[in-house]
Design a protein around this ligand. Sequence first.
Ligand code: TRP
Length: 528
Amino acid sequence: MEKTEAKREHWSSNLGFILAAAGSAVGLGNIWKFPYITGENGGGAFVLVYLICIAIIGLPVMLCELSLGRHTQRNPVGAFKKITPDSSTLAHLIGALLVLSGIFLLVFQDYGWAVVILLLGFAIFRYSWVVVGAMGVLAGFTILSFYSVVAGWTIGYIWQAFTGQLAFNSVDAAAGHFVQFITTPALAIGCHAVFMLMCMVIVYKGVQSGIERWSKILMPILFLLLLVLIIRGVTLPGAMAGIEFYLSPDFSKINANSILQALGHAFFTLSLGMGAMTTYGSYVDKKQNLFIATLSIAGLDTLIALMAGLAIFPAVFAQGFQPNAGPGLVFQVLPTVFNQIPLGTLWAAIFFVLLLVAALTSGISLLEVVIAYFVDEKGWTRPRATIVFGLVTFLLGCLSAISVTGWEHIEWLHQLILGVFGVSKGSFFDVMDNLSSNWLLPLGGLFIALFVGWIWGPRQAVNEIRQGSANFADVHLFSLLAGLKDDPSHNAPVHVVTLASLWGIFIRFITPVAVLFAFFYTIGWLKL
Ligand code: TRP
């Protein structure tokens, strides 16, 4: 144990850490998903709701994960193992609730879910909070399996942009082409394989010369490409309509469902709820300022999401298209938009390269969680873990790749899911996406906040954060904001409002309650 601790690789610089973590956060979520959910939920008003979710849920949970990781110097499972007390009343309570719900489901003959819930309940009795870390590793692997499929499509589209196959005259033609492309198994699986291989090559190299090095190269490229596209978009005649749609709020479009989407997306886009930030935090050394890092990572992520909207909506409106095309917005509407402006192929190619770069730095963070677990806990070497789990993830992703529009290629799996759970909404791809985004991430985020707020305790957590960030815990918030922190009469160490005390209140009460509401709404126990 002590040996691995001494040897653990750390980021070589503060900037390297922030770029790697921002690279994890900035991904398909920012450039593919954020613009289309904004388009569907009324533009500017949704952006505001989303910003509020980032502030009250995203920032506090990110700081929980980073401090947990740096304190324990472990992967998520190891992190929970290291500080879980021998007996935790809260864990027993949650375990008991789950077992009761499982019995309830048995009575209603919902056997599939009953078994899942019962197993989870008993696991919590047996392993206490370590189960949260295990859920994270499992989520990392599930998310990467379908994430890689979408990232694969962007690889295919880069190739097709360069070879002039994306010259569509109508969105219908583009849609036909897209469906044709993603339902050709050889293409979809081939591209998925290429993406997984790229992630594996980077993660194989380790923290400094793999993840950090590539993040430092890729993130500036991403930023530049995005700038180029924004300048192109906003200088098109008629672009103002898009900017207006994007930035002027229409609150009549906001309802409970859009608030939920904003909340779920806040987790996904910041890579929270499954220990990715815990893992990255475990490579941070004590001199670095975790609070400033949290602000920088969330700030960069939000900036890039907002910029992606600016790159997309003005161009879409300028060419007279609708912003509410859903998931197809970037694969169908955008190529058609680009085709109508001079040098269209170039813009399309730039856009899909941008999407790939964003996906790559996120994909490596998902893979790294799984690798860190096998290296720390099972004593595997990094190369072995990378090859084995890269392959396993690839295989699972193949199921998503071939079932993205329907079940026709894997009917046995469909029957299995139907038989065990009684329902199967959408394709296997949707099942995976739904399972991780709507269940594992919010649950994981809730448990992480509860664990840090009530079990590990804000006192320990703040002691961890204080190293490298004295202002966080020891300066009155007002004095800090007013620039009076050097005046000793303004700095009482206790009984004053500090950033730390605010954070403690958030993670103990506000964040868990907000997530629980959203969660109950998602699973239908709460109707608004
Ligand atoms: N944040 C990434 C995006 O927006 C996706 C991602 C990477 C992620 N790592 C994660 C999501 C961990 C949840 C958990 O595309």
